[in-house]
Ligand binder design. Structure first.
Ligand SMILES: C[C@@]1(CC(=O)O)C2=NC(=C\c3[nH]c(c(CCC(=O)O)c3CC(=O)O)Cc3[nH]c(c(CC(=O)O)c3CCC(=O)O)/C=C3\N/C(=C\2)[C@@H](CCC(=O)O)[C@]3(C)CC(=O)O)/[C@H]1CCC(=O)O
Ligand SMILES: C[S@@+](CC[C@H](N)C(=O)[O-])C[C@H]1O[C@@H](n2cnc3c(N)ncnc32)[C@H](O)[C@@H]1O
Length: 241
């Protein structure tokens, strides 16, 4: 009998924000696969490093984080082949993903390649966006408000149109797009209603009102800008720095 493919959300960063199910499955699986950038450590693996044992077989999946799909597609093909060998031998494989696996996560590309052939289970994780609302102590959406998730690599026109159509938003994948996005939010008169949130739930978490930053400030990839226009007059507590 073949093994089961697990897509495991490990949460936004704090090791105790993984679910009981994620913990149970990843400690029971003999094989663990995790994504990482081409030249750096795996954030997903670092979140659960305390649960990984010497007898776990580990499969690193080094993904070129580029806008063109072709290089990543080849890596996913190869990783799917390696995972399939374990599944064929009856071994379960847990694929780690920071946050939730089906929310802008690389697990979906392995799922596409393997789910037709093997039993699978997807374990939802606490997404970074949910950690964002908790960190700024502000409900992300209420009543009939529309909350949007907007990827920063989109062009300004698309982002502006999305912002016009919602009361609240999380602009994710900020990284090198920070200056452009802050300038756009300024043009739209929204800077005063935004909070910049970096490395949420980690010791190094940073929360800064966007109007306390300049367009020249730098942001790492693991950052987002929360935009809040709706709600019923909640006030933003002084952020921890
Ligand atoms: C092109 C670009 C933007 C875009 O999304 O368009 C992009 N990643 C960029 C940068 C970047 N990404 C990461 C770092 C390291 C940060 C650090 O370590 O400090 C950096 C910074 C850097 O490299 O400079 C880490 C990372 N990325 C993802 C995860 C989670 C996961 O894998 O689940 C993790 C954590 C993995 C871990 O656990 O460590 C996931 C995705 N990133 C993707 C693309 C898709 C995969 C590619 C594909 O399949 O084509 C996918 C699956 C998203 C999707 O498909 O929605 C953008 C290019 C630059 C730009 O434009 O700014
Ligand atoms: C490729 S998406 C993956 C999202 C992830 N699957 C989730 O459910 O949160 C990566 C983006 O999520 C956001 N992100 C993930 N973890 C974060 C954290 N700990 N703090 C701030 N933003 C984070 C950033 O905007 C980052 O660019």
């Amino acid at each position: 009998m073949s093994g089961t493919l697990y897509g495991i959300g490990v949460g936004p960063g704090a090791p105790d924000l993984i679910t009981l199910r994620a913990y149970r499955l990843l400690t029971a699986a003999p094989v663990i696969a995790w994504p990482a950038p081409e030249g750096g450590d795996s954030f997903a693996r670092s979140i659960v490093a305390g649960c990984i044992r010497a007898d776990h077989v580990e499969i690193p999946i080094r993904v070129p984080m580029r806008t063109e799909r072709f290089p990543a597609a080849e890596i996913y093909d190869r990783a799917a082949g390696e995972i399939a060998e374990h599944l064929d031998a009856g071994r379960d494989v847990a694929v780690l993903c920071e946050g939730d696996p089906f929310f802008y996560g690389s697990f979906m590309y392995l799922f596409q390649r393997l789910s037709g052939r093997y039993p699978f289970e997807i374990v939802p994780g606490v997404s970074s966006v949910m950690a964002g609302g908790a960190a700024i102590a502000r409900p992300l959406a209420a009543r009939n408000e529309v909350f949007s998730v907007i990827p920063a690599p989109l062009d300004d026109d698309r982002i502006e149109a999305q912002l016009h159509a919602c009361e609240g938003a999380a602009i994710i994948k900020v990284g090198r797009h920070f200056g452009r996005i802050r300038a756009l939010l300024g043009k739209l008169g929204l800077t005063g209603q935004c909070c910049y949130a970096e490395r949420l739930t980690l010791e190094t978490q940073k929360l800064v009102p966007l109007d306390a930053m300049t367009d020249d400030d730098a942001a790492p990839y693991f950052s987002m800008i929360l935009v809040y226009r709706g709600g019923e007059g909640w006030s933003l507590p002084a952020p921890k720095r």
